[in-house]
Design a protein around this ligand. Structure first.
Ligand SMILES: Cc1cc2nc3c(=O)[nH]c(=O)nc-3n(C[C@H](O)[C@H](O)[C@H](O)COP(=O)(O)OP(=O)(O)OC[C@H]3O[C@@H](n4cnc5c(N)ncnc54)[C@H](O)[C@@H]3O)c2cc1C
Ligand code: FES
Length: 262
């Protein structure tokens, strides 16, 4: 069951300007979240300001504490990134569906990360480790200082400015590995900017491999009420289900890549 709870911030780490991890005490979120689920957090500057919550993947859990990683982007994330230890976060969750880890259609998990899309990957890594599924992680970022590599495994970096790892796109790195048959029966798990998700979608189709994409669509309620987070279904899904759209908050945030139009 979802729960909203005022959760004291117990740790704040600034990884880079505008990129922080916030750890908070919330036994329900910490003990029930599955990899890929998110929380909807209310930034607070004043009464009803802002009005809407912002969604964040659960980045890590330990005991009664959970952690999110926040990239200051617009107003709400800017307010949250400025939160201090001892402040109260208003947290609703866990929400959404988890990553589909337990499928029999792959032997190697290939994590394809773009920027703050890293947020759902530490818990995914932990879930895959528990299932003893080999992992290769291809992490792309604008620059090396924006990389958050805690709790990840077998990392290959790509940066836009060449400051860490390959100078270019992480999708090119995965393509090269696929072309050289270096990934045994892979499945792509990917989260990041839309351009990267589209490239991953094409790559998966070209090589005929399963791919799951996690969408970071803007949301309001996060619980399926406002209809504010639609993703268009591929024609085959529409024909099978009669549904033209699904909701990212309750049907996702992750989807099989061949099932949605992004
Ligand atoms: C599942 C999920 C997980 C995410 N995880 C992370 C994460 O771990 N770390 C991170 O930094 N970012 C994450 N994001 C992205 C983050 O939530 C966005 O950056 C954020 O919502 C934008 O908020 P802002 O305060 O920066 O921008 P602002 O410009 O202040 O606000 C944008 C807000 O306006 C409202 N809005 C705009 N358009 C619509 C619409 N069509 N319908 C309804 N409401 C609308 C929403 O409240 C939206 O959040 C995630 C997004 C999703 C969907
Ligand atoms: S955010 Fe309201 S229905 Fe998805």
């Amino acid at each position: 069951m979802d729960a909203s709870l005022l959760s004291p911030v117990t740790r704040r780490v600034e990884l880079a300007p505008g990129l922080v991890t916030l750890r908070f005490h919330n036994p329900h979120v910490a003990r029930t979240t599955k990899a890929g689920q998110f929380v909807n957090v209310l930034p607070k500057a004043g009464f009803l300001d802002p009005m809407l919550r912002r969604p964040f993947s659960v980045y890590w859990t330990e005991g009664d504490e959970a952690e999110i990683i926040v990239q200051a982007h617009g107003r709400g994330t800017g307010i949250l990134a400025g939160t201090h230890v001892g402040d109260m976060l208003d947290v609703l969750g866990p929400l959404g569906k988890p990553w589909m880890v337990n499928s029999e259609d792959y032997s190697t998990a290939v994590l394809l990360i773009g920027g703050v899309g890293v947020a759902s990957m530490p818990l995914l890594t932990r879930a895959l480790e528990r299932e003893e599924i080999p992992i290769q992680t291809f992490y792309g970022a604008r620059t090396g200082s924006l990389i958050a590599k805690e709790h990840l495994q077998n990392l290959h970096f790509a940066t836009d400015d060449g400051s860490q790892g390959f100078h270019g796109s992480n999708v090119s790195l995965v393509r090269a590995a696929l072309e050289k048959n270096k990934l045994n029966s892979p499945k792509l798990f990917t989260c990041g900017p839309t351009a990267m998700l589209r490239a991953a979608q094409s790559l998966a189709a070209e090589f005929g491999i399963p791919c799951e994409i996690s969408l970071e669509t803007e949301m309001a309620c996060g619980i399926g009420i406002c209809q504010g987070c639609p993703v268009r279904n591929e024609e085959s899904v529409f024909q099978a289900t009669g549904r033209r759209y699904r909701l990212v908050c309750t049907d996702g945030p992750s989807f099989r890549s061949e099932e949605v139009v992004i």
